[in-house]
Design a protein around this ligand. Structure first.
Ligand SMILES: [Zn+2]
Length: 400
C-alpha cells in the first residue's frame, strides 16, 4: 500500500484522499465488514462510517448482508464491496490460434465477449486491426459507457519487457518480436492499455477467481503452443527484474536436444508444447488437426493420443518440480489449451513433480487443473486493469 500512502500525502483534499484510500482497501481486500476497513485503513470508526456512507451514496460501493453470519437476535454485519457497475475494463487475449476480447464490470463479471479463431495471428498490423474492431463491437454489445472504461488489458504469449512493453524473442509470435503494441493500441482505442505475459494473466485470474484462491505462493502453468508459468505471491504478480520470471517453457530438459527457436537446446516446449505433441502424432502416422482434435481423440480412448499427453505431463512435471523447489509454492494450477486434458495430463505431471521436488515441498504441494478454462487469460487481462494496480481510488472517484 506504499503507493497509496504516498499519494495520500501528496493530495490536498484530505477527505478525497481518504475516500480513495477506502475504495482501494475495498477493491484489493474486499468484500470486508466495516470493522476490518477500520483496522486496515488505520482510520477511526466514525471517519470510516462517514466515508463509506458517501461511497454508498455515490454508487461506488454497496453493502451486502449475509444472513448466515447473523448474531444472536441482531442484524448480520454488512460486507462492503465495490459496486460492479461503477466501472469497466476490456480484456484481450492474443494466442497462437485465437484472439479473445471481453468487457467486464468492476466485479470482474463478463458483460460481453467475442472470440476469433485465427491460424497464426503473426501479422502484427492485421491483429491490431482485429483487436480494435472486436473491442469496439463488445463495448457496443455490453452497453458500457466509454466514460466508465478504465482501460484495456492485453495478454501476449511471450515475455513482455516491463519498461518498454516490447515482446521478447521467446514469444511464439515471431512477427511481433521487438514491437510495442501498447502504444499503437492506446492511440487506436483512446484508452489506457496495459500489456502483460499471458501466463501471468492466467495466474492473476485463477488466483482471484479460480483454482488458486487462498494460495499464498501460487504458480500457474499455461500449457498451450508455448509453455509458461505465472507466479503470484500473496496475490501480487512476481515478474522478476525484467518481466521474464516463470518462462519455464525455455528451461533445458535435454542438453543435446534440438535447437529451439529461443536459441537454446532441448527446451521443455520442444517436448511438451502443442506443436511438439501434434508432430509426435504425425510421426506415428496419425494426422491430428489441432489441439481440440487431439483432446477428443484422447477422450475417445486413443492410446497414442493418451500417451503423448501423459509424456508431456511428465516432462512438465520435472520443470514444475524445479519451480516448486525454488519458490516453495503451496499450489500449482495447470491451465492452457492442453491443460483442458485434465487428469490425462495433470495426473502424470503431478506424479513426476512430486517425485522430483524436494521432499518437504513436494509432499505438500497441491497440483490441480484450472477452473477458468480458456477464459483464464482474458479474465486476467481485465483484472490487470481493475485489480492489479495498487492505487485506483482517485481514478474511480473522478468518474462519479
Ligand atoms: Zn527454447
Amino acid at each position: 500500500m506504499s503507493l497509496s500512502a504516498r499519494s495520500r500525502r501528496r493530495a490536498s483534499d484530505p477527505r478525497a484522499v481518504n475516500l480513495a484510500w477506502i475504495l482501494d482497501v475495498v477493491r484489493l481486500e474486499g468484500p470486508l465488514p466495516r470493522t476490518d476497513i477500520v483496522r486496515i485503513a488505520g482510520l477511526s470508526r466514525a471517519t470510516v462510517s462517514s466515508l463509506v456512507t458517501e461511497l454508498l451514496d455515490r454508487a461506488l460501493v454497496r453493502e451486502r448482508y449475509d444472513e448466515r453470519r447473523a448474531g444472536a437476535g441482531g442484524r448480520p454485519p454488512g460486507l462492503v464491496e465495490l459496486e460492479p457497475g461503477a466501472a469497466a475494463a476490456v480484456g484481450v487475449d492474443v494466442g497462437r490460434t485465437h484472439v479473445r476480447v471481453a468487457v467486464a464490470d468492476l466485479g470482474l463479471n463478463i458483460l460481453a465477449e467475442a472470440v476469433h479463431r485465427v491460424d497464426v495471428p503473426d501479422h502484427h498490423d492485421e491483429t491490431i486491426e482485429l483487436v480494435v474492431s472486436m473491442t469496439e463491437r463488445v463495448l457496443q454489445e455490453s452497453g458500457v459507457d466509454c466514460s466508465d472504461l478504465l482501460g484495456v488489458g492485453v495478454g501476449l504469449p511471450g515475455p513482455v519487457d516491463r519498461a518498454s512493453g516490447r515482446l521478447g524473442s521467446a514469444t511464439i509470435l515471431p512477427g511481433w518480436v521487438g514491437l510495442a503494441p501498447r502504444a499503437e493500441l492506446e492511440k487506436r482505442l483512446g484508452s489506457l492499455v496495459r500489456v502483460e505475459n499471458d501466463a501471468n494473466l492466467g495466474a492473476l485470474a485463477e488466483g482471484l477467481l479460480g483454482a488458486g484462491r487462498g494460495s499464498r505462493v501460487l504458480a500457474y502453468v499455461k500449457v498451450a503452443h508455448g509453455v509458461g508459468a505465472g507466479i503470484l505471491i500473496n496475490g501480487r504478480l512476481f515478474r522478476g527484474a525484467s518481466g521474464t520470471a516463470g518462462e519455464i517453457g525455455h528451461t533445458t530438459l535435454a542438453n543435446s536436444g534440438p535447437v529451439c527457436r529461443c536459441g537454446n537446446r532441448g527446451c521443455l516446449e520442444q517436448l511438451a508444447g502443442a506443436s511438439a505433441l501434434l508432430a509426435q502424432m504425425a510421426e506415428a502416422g496419425i494426422e491430428v488437426d489441432g489441439v481440440p482434435a487431439l483432446l477428443q481423440l484422447a477422450d475417445d480412448g486413443h492410446a497414442g493420443a493418451r500417451r503423448v499427453l501423459a509424456d508431456a505431463g511428465e516432462h512438465i512435471g520435472v520443470a514444475v518440480a524445479n519451480l516448486v523447489t525454488l519458490l516453495d509454492t503451496d499450489r500449482v494450477v495447470i491451465g492452457g489449451e492442453l491443460g483442458a486434458a485434465n487428469e490425462l495430463l495433470v495426473g502424470p505431471l503431478r506424479y513426476a513433480a512430486r517425485s522430483a521436488a524436494v521432499t518437504t515441498a513436494g509432499s505438500s504441494i497441491e497440483i490441480v487443473s484450472g477452473e477458468l478454462g480458456e477464459r483464464a487469460e482474458v479474465l486476467g487481462a481485465v483484472a490487470l486493469v481493475l485489480r492489479e494496480p495498487l492505487s485506483l481510488g482517485t481514478e474511480l472517484l473522478g468518474r462519479r
